[in-house]
Design a protein around this ligand. Structure first.
Ligand SMILES: N[C@@H](CCC(=O)N[C@@H](CSC=O)C(=O)NCC(=O)O)C(=O)O
Length: 280
């Protein structure tokens, strides 16, 4: 079920890379796991990280510098890939913001994507797999992510608050129905019907709430020197939906920080501590 591809000692714990045959995607899928020191024989809190456009299961583990704090906090980290690989869909590698590396964490319904591009279901199946095969506590699962993955984390948590107890994001594409990346992805994967888009848009999902789905709060960090901020991200729209729903949100705006992993490195410790507090 799980094939261990490699493992590396890291801050007293172990960094692993796995492959699994995904029932959701109908292809082999890779993911990475960090296990903190002393993981054997106990059930630890686990934090899923969803990466952004062009990333793989390796990006977060090699670039974010999260393992030192995960080791200290006793957190398992899991990073899935960002799309199916080798689906052989014509044109799937033609652009960097749609197709391979850009699955947007939705289940495609449009052809030719519908057979393999099922990343929403893949994240949920991976959650089950991790809980079955690794020393993770099913009652203490959180989710966070960056950009496309920051949105994926918000959306998956809002659709499944019983499965993910804590949620945060770095520079999420917070309202995909309003931006070019979202139009391209939702139009391509889900078709023209905007009712289908609404089921995957975090701002639309939050707007349905009249009470806070995450009463302990949501954390978002956003760089103000992010070149994608004005055209693609719309954190203010998500902030307004949270305000209307009574959802506590800490949206921290940081002068000088861009969209990349130096920004994530700077604030990743805060996110891990935020989740650790909420997961207990
Ligand atoms: N190739 C693009 C840049 C792509 C990019 O910035 N990807 C981001 C995520 S964007 C939203 O999901 C990312 O995380 N990249 C990986 C990295 O190592 O920085 C361009 O030409 O602008």
């Amino acid at each position: 079920m799980l094939e261990l591809l490699s493992e590396h000692a890291c801050f007293g714990g172990v960094q692993r890379f796995y492959k699994t045959d995904s029932a959701a995607v109908k292809l082999p899928m890779r993911f990475s796991v960090y296990l903190p020191p002393g993981f054997e024989g106990q059930r630890l809190p686990v934090l899923f990280y969803l990466a952004g456009l062009t990333c793989t299961e390796e990006t977060f583990m090699t670039k974010a510098g999260a393992q030192r704090v995960a080791a200290e906090q006793g957190l398992i980290l899991v990073a899935p890939d960002t799309s199916p690989r080798g689906a052989a869909v014509p044109g799937e590698t033609d652009s960097w913001d749609f197709g391979a590396g850009a699955g947007f964490y939705v289940d495609a319904t449009e052809e030719p994507w519908a057979r393999h591009y099922r990343m929403y279901s893949h994240i949920l199946e991976l959650r089950e797999l991790v809980l079955a095969e690794l020393p993770a506590d099913p009652a203490r699962v959180g989710i966070f992510g960056h950009s496309m993955g920051g949105h994926g984390a918000l959306m998956l948590a809002l659709r499944n608050p019983d499965l993910f107890r804590s949620v945060s994001a770095f520079a999420p594409i917070a309202a995909p129905m309003r931006c070019p990346w979202g139009h391209k992805a939702f139009g391509g994967y889900l078709g023209a019907d905007r009712a289908a888009w609404r089921e995957y848009d975090a701002t639309e999902l939050m707007a349905r709430h009249q009470t806070a789905p995450f009463p302990a709060g949501i954390l978002i960090d956003q760089g103000l020197a992010d070149k994608f901020l004005a055209e693609q991200l719309y954190p203010d729209a998500f902030e307004e939906a949270c305000r209307a729903a009574g959802q506590p949100l800490e949206l921290r705006r940081h002068a000088g920080y861009d969209h990349g992993y130096y920004f994530i490195q700077t604030f990743v410790e805060d996110h891990l501590r935020f989740h650790r507090r909420q997961l207990g």
